[in-house]
Design a protein around this ligand. Structure first.
Ligand code: M6R
Length: 615
């Protein structure tokens, strides 16, 4: 879970690499490093800390000249985050230099072998082992760098996206991929390498995404050469034209990406609808579903696999699919599913939900499902991501880049796509009348405007945040469609403010959590007017009689809860099944403000990375 950037061309490599690393910090940010070739030698700087620390260090300690370079922002897997373990890593001769995102699982045995042959290792990393293996192969077999990388990679077990260059042959970068993403940006006699397209989007829209087990030799003045790592088969680079633009990946006047992304939700949800939600025609169009409609019509069961926030979106979808399409649904943590020998049949549809499209556990769950002949439908945000490519079909959420580690717009757009899918299937299966279908589609179209209204409670939420910012614990309660929203609210608070929080179905409170309630305990209750309103009101009364502090999210105009709660935040009225798209907004804002008030790093919380590409 690291970010890698490389450049070879006619510009100065340093500013491109530093800016690129800053954009990739969502992938890891415990240490960073850069290696630049200045025409004679390699200048390398690395440090524990953020890319900003690397910038200060490099600008005072090394020559920044050169139009060939590689850089890395790390999230430690082998070896603690410190200077020595940071990338790039040199080979023992000092000629080869590498950056690596991933894990080499058999590095210990390779290290032993290389040590016997006289190699010495400075760091605890698997990456330093890999670069020395490449060096050993290059010397022993007397081959060029590309071939040496290929032979070495055939000896390793694990996952990687790597970029390597050789001081003795500074007109090429060799890259390879297995399990971690790698994109090559193609400019005018210049090339960029990165974990995603954000580091090079202002220079070129043309990119090649390497497939697993592919490598490329990127040489100045030449076409890119792709080949398979396992054999010498040549692969033809598929050049894609990217739609991403620069503004989308910058903060646009907001203090944090998370806040920007919270405010982007009305737009993001509209983008998710675009071309799919056709109210006037009374239809939902989804190419990935239409092309496989038989599969969906014959599905006996849907199994949703995901992690974290995406798993919460899956739980909301469970309610929607079962309620409208009448298809049984199971929602599984991908990390559990992949290891528990689940019963999967040809008649099952696996829906894999992942913002990044790179989550290792979700990917492994897909692979398992495919081995057992199930049909896999991906719901991803990142276009061209591994999960999007591994799935048989899918639907992008079109939320735009989500940079803040805490998922916000990913959640609401995932729910949006899944709702569209459920309604489409429900209609096709004859489970929904024309009028009900029309009513639901019309209300979906109103959701972006209602999210705008929900965002207007921001100043009130800031006041509430001030009152609870020093809490040690927090409970989140909701029922039905809003139970997963309670889980999601608790996850948001935990991950960015480091306050312990738990989400529960409101009725479960009396089976245990009620014992926790006292005057110190803030309880956030989702109590919108539909669903199980009266029952939730009873739960609120139970909390009140134990002196808990109640923050209630209610439907606009609510009176009953207002009389009981300490604080009330209103969201617009909507159909129950669509309410998560609104009730989640105040919870996102609450955790955001509390984290800011506690001086936490909102966009890059400690110990976390945006995409978890290792187990
Ligand atoms: O990219 P994915 O949606 O597959 O990521 C899954 C989780 O790692 C992610 O949702 C994580 O829980 C977020 N930090 C939540 O805000």
């Amino acid at each position: 879970m690291c970010g890698i950037v490389g450049y070879i061309g006619h510009r100065e490599a340093y500013p491109i690499i530093i800016k690129g690393l800053q954009r990739l910090e969502y992938r890891g940010y415990d240490s960073a490093g850069i290696a630049l070739y200045d025409g004679t030698d390699i200048n390398l700087a690395k440090t524990k800390g953020k890319v900003e620390d690397l910038k200060s260090l490099s600008e005072t300690s090394i020559s920044l000249n050169g139009s060939l370079g590689i850089g890395h922002t790390r999230w430690a897997t082998h070896g603690v985050p410190n200077h020595v373990n940071s990338h790039p890593h040199y080979s023992n001769s000092g000629d080869l230099v590498i950056i690596h995102n991933g894990i080499i699982e058999n590095y210990e045995s390779i290290k032993k072998e290389l040590t016997k042959r006289g190699y010495v290792f400075e760091s605890d990393t698997d990456t330093e082992v890999l670069i020395n293996l490449i060096e050993e192969v290059k010397k022993k077999e007397d081959v060029k760098l590309g071939k040496a990388v290929q032979i070495a990679l055939n000896q390793v077990v694990g996952a990687y996206a790597i970029a390597v260059f050789d001081r003795q042959k500074p007109d090429e970068i060799v890259v390879a991929k297995l399990g971690s993403p790698l994109a090559i940006g193609i400019g005018d006699n210049e090339f960029f390498v990165a974990s995603d397209a954000s580091p090079f989007i202002e220079f070129t829209n043309n990119a090649v995404y390497l497939e697993d087990e592919e490598m490329a030799i990127i040489r100045l003045g030449k076409e890119i050469k792709l080949r398979k790592i396992q054999n010498d088969a040549i692969a033809y680079p598929m050049v894609q034209e990217l739609q991403l633009n620069l503004e989308e990946i910058e903060k646009g006047g907001y203090d944090h990406f998370m806040l920007k992304e919270i405010y982007e939700q009305p737009r993001a949800i509209k983008d998710t609808f675009r071309g799919r939600l056709r109210v006037a025609e009374g239809m939902v169009k989804m190419a990935g579903v239409d092309q496989n409609i038989e599969k969906f019509m014959n599905a006996k069961r849907i199994i949703i696999v995901a992690c974290g926030t995406s798993w919460h979106a899956g739980l909301v979808a469970e309610y929607i699919f079962e309620n409208f399409a009448r298809i049984p649904v199971e929602v599984e943590y991908a990390s559990e599913f992949r290891y528990r020998n689940p019963v999967i049949t040809r008649d099952d549809i696996i829906i894999a939900i992942s913002q990044s499209g790179e989550t290792a556990d979700t990917l492994a769950a897909i692979k398992l499902a495919k081995e057992r002949d199930a049909f896999v439908f991906g719901v991803c945000n990142v276009v061209g991501s591994t999960i999007a490519r591994e799935a048989h079909a899918g639907a992008y959420t079109h939320a735009g880049p989500e940079i803040g580690v805490a998922s916000t717009k990913a959640f609401t757009t995932q729910i949006t796509v899944l709702t569209l899918l459920a309604l489409k299937l429900a209609k096709q299966k004859g489970e929904l009348s024309d009028s009900k279908f029309h009513e639901l589609l019309t209300e979906m179209e109103n959701i972006p405007a209602k999210v705008e209204l929900a965002l207007e409670s921001n100043p009130l939420i800031e006041i509430i945040a001030e009152a609870y910012k020093d809490s040690n614990n927090c409970l989140y309660l909701g029922r039905g469609y809003n139970f997963p929203v309670a889980l999601e609210g608790a996850l948001k608070l935990k991950e960015i403010s480091y306050i312990h929080a738990e989400g529960y179905p409101a009725a479960e409170m009396k089976h245990g959590p009620i014992a926790l309630i006292d005057e110190q305990m803030p309880v956030i209750v989702i109590a919108t007017n539909n669903g199980h309103y009266e029952k939730v009101v009873s739960n609120i009364q139970e909390i009140k009689s134990r002196n808990g502090r109640i923050i209630a999210v209610v439907t606009e105009g609510d009176q009953q809860v207002r009389e009981l709660a300490d604080h009330v935040v209103e969201v617009p009225d909507t159909i129950e099944s669509l309410s998560p798209l609104l009730t989640t907004i105040p919870l996102q804002l609450l955790s955001y403000h509390i984290a800011v008030m506690r001086n936490c790093n909102v966009d890059q919380p400690r110990n976390l990375a945006k995409s978890v590409t290792v187990e």
